[in-house]
Each structure stands twice: as structure tokens, then as C-alpha cells.
Write a protein that binds this ligand. Structure first.
Ligand code: MLT
Length: 254
């Protein structure tokens, strides 16, 4: 199989991503927050690149079923219900809610993948679930790193390297120069993902504004083993085989 890597969404648009199988990574913190919100019972997450449209979408939904979440400069946006710390997305806050979600880098990268054939959200907390799905589906995959303000970020590239390296344990993977570099980064940092996050530019920034605990949470490999899948508008959990079986048995008896 083939896996290619984009280190940032700069220069990538909806048409480049159209029809591809994509994993979008934003380790700090959008991908981690989305996994956590869905694991804690959120009904769906709608990623939106800008605050104005997020607010408009939210105004069209019933106020008891939706929440506005996201950040600018890492901090909660004025008037929003939630920021972008995964620790805020507790079952009590998010159960059964539609979350309209706008962040500086991650939400925009996800929005650019709305015409993808299959778009998944990946990060360290769900890495093995993503690897399993890539192996099941096979074929050609693109990993889109959200990066930082259009530039490279070491945490997203290292996570991309972890995905490629894990798939390579059982399947031959052809990758590009970016993918090869990502694997080298992962080999370098695999003994301390948290150490790498603490040294990363965005990790240092988040710690400086009081989010040190988020770094620990985002470094916990496989602690939130879910697969957020996009339908082009919203991200929802991939149904479990048991849920799929139940759905299909209902169809037969209907
Ligand atoms: C983003 O999408 O830019 C981030 O997730 C930033 C953050 O850490 O809140």
C-alpha cells in the first residue's frame, strides 16, 4: 500500500483532497479534543474554519442541543461555550450535543477534506485504531498534518511517522520523502512522546498559557481508542461492528 504525507495544509485545497482516503492530524489539540468529545458522548462535531460561520451555524440549531467550541491563540473564543482543551469536553458537558468547532489550524485542515472519499481524525490517543482502519481499507492513503500557521509542526509529523511505522510492521508501505522523514522523527522521539510535546513550539506555547495538563493528555498513546469519521459535514464515531450488525438486522426485519 501507499501512504503520502503533507506536513501542512498550506497549498492544499478541497480539490487536492477530493476522492482521497485521508487522516487529518492535529495532535495539539484539535484531533485529541475531537476524539475525547466523541468518546464522551458528543453526537457530532462540525469543523468550521472561521468564527463567523461557526456562529451562524450554531444560531440555526436548537440551543439545548448544540455547543460552540474552539480557540484562537489557544484560548476560548469570546461567547463560546468551550475552548479547545480536551479536558473541558467531559461527558457532563458534551453528552448528546452537536459541537460546532473552530480552531486555528486543525478545523481548517478538516474542512479542506470535506470531499475526501474517507476522512478520519487521528492523533496519539487513537493511533492504533487509525492504523487498524488503514490496514483494513488498504489502498492509497494521505496523511494531512495540520501544522502551525501553515508551517511544519514536529508533533503532527511525529504522529504521521508513528502511523506509517505501525502499518509497516505488517504491510509493505511505499511512502514519499515527507513520509520517510516522519518515520525518522518518530524513531527519534518514540521513547518520550511527552518530552517531544514539551519541546515543540506549540507545546511550549500551550504550557506558557497554563495548559501543561493538556500536553500530558495528548501524549497518552491509545488512551481514547475511537475513530472519528467525516461524512463531509460532521465527524461522528465509526459505528462498532456490534452497532453495524444491529442496524443491518433491523433493516431485514423492517
Ligand atoms: C489548532 O487547531 O490550531 C489547535 O488545535 C490549537 C490549539 O492548541 O488549541
Amino acid at each position: 500500500m501507499k501512504i503520502e504525507v503533507f506536513f501542512s495544509p498550506a497549498g492544499v485545497d478541497e480539490l487536492n483532497m477530493r476522492g482521497r482516503n485521508v487522516v487529518i492530524i492535529d495532535v495539539l489539540r484539535a484531533s485529541t479534543t475531537i476524539c475525547t468529545a466523541l468518546r464522551n458522548g458528543a453526537r457530532e462535531i462540525i469543523p468550521v474554519p472561521d468564527i463567523e460561520n461557526a456562529t451562524k451555524i450554531s444560531a440555526n440549531l436548537s440551543s439545548d442541543s448544540r455547543l460552540l467550541g474552539g480557540e484562537r491563540q489557544g484560548k476560548r473564543i469570546d461567547g463560546f461555550d468551550l475552548g479547545n482543551s480536551p479536558l473541558e469536553y467531559t461527558p457532563e458537558r458534551v453528552h448528546n450535543k452537536t459541537i460546532i468547532f473552530t480552531t486555528t489550524n486543525g478545523a481548517g485542515a478538516m474542512y479542506k477534506c470535506r470531499y475526501a472519499a474517507l476522512a478520519l481524525v487521528g492523533t496519539f490517543v487513537n493511533v492504533s485504531s487509525i492504523v487498524k482502519m488503514i490496514k483494513e481499507v488498504g489502498g492509497t492513503w494521505t496523511i494531512l498534518c495540520s501544522g502551525r500557521q501553515g508551517a511544519f509542526s514536529v508533533e503532527d509529523a511525529t504522529c504521521a511517522g508513528m502511523i506509517i511505522s505501525s502499518v509497516q510492521q505488517t504491510i509493505d508501505v511505499e511512502t514519499d520523502d515527507a513520509g520517510m522523514t516522519a518515520v525518522i522523527l518518530y524513531r527519534n522521539y518514540k521513547r518520550s512522546i511527552l518530552g517531544m510535546l514539551k519541546k515543540a513550539e506549540h507545546g511550549k506555547y500551550l504550557a506558557s498559557i497554563g495548559f501543561d495538563e493538556d500536553l500530558k493528555f495528548c501524549a497518552e498513546v491509545d488512551s481514547v481508542p475511537v475513530i472519528p469519521v467525516s461524512d463531509g459535514v460532521a465527524l461522528r464515531l465509526k459505528p462498532s461492528p456490534a452497532e453495524l450488525r444491529e442496524k443491518s438486522s433491523k433493516q431485514i426485519s423492517d
